[in-house]
Design a protein. Sequence first.
Length: 125
Amino acid sequence: MKTGFRFLMFAALVVVIVGVGWNYLGNVSIAGDSLTVSKVFMRDIAIAGNHNKITIQQGSQVKAIYLKGSGNVITIEDGAQVNQIMGLGSNNLILASSELLIDMSKLSGDNNKKRSPSQPTLDGL
């Protein structure tokens, strides 16, 4: 019984250290259900939960999104850069412009990616 308790405490400590280290590097963790987050992200994003609505705003520079959950909607605005989405889950929806190339080869489960046409800009008018 003592050994099991020690192992549990050790495992909890490792989780805390990894979490603190992740956030110390400037990465963003979003954990919960039915959350709405919209902002400029400048590091990796970890999303754990269900039915979240995440908007990655113009100007974001995201190397990777780590996703675990279902029913999440991730919107990537024109002018945002996301290189890779990986993880597992089902019924997640990724909305991105047709011009943005995202590696989703490491995203398993039944997930959808929809392309939207680029939004018109005022440049050149």
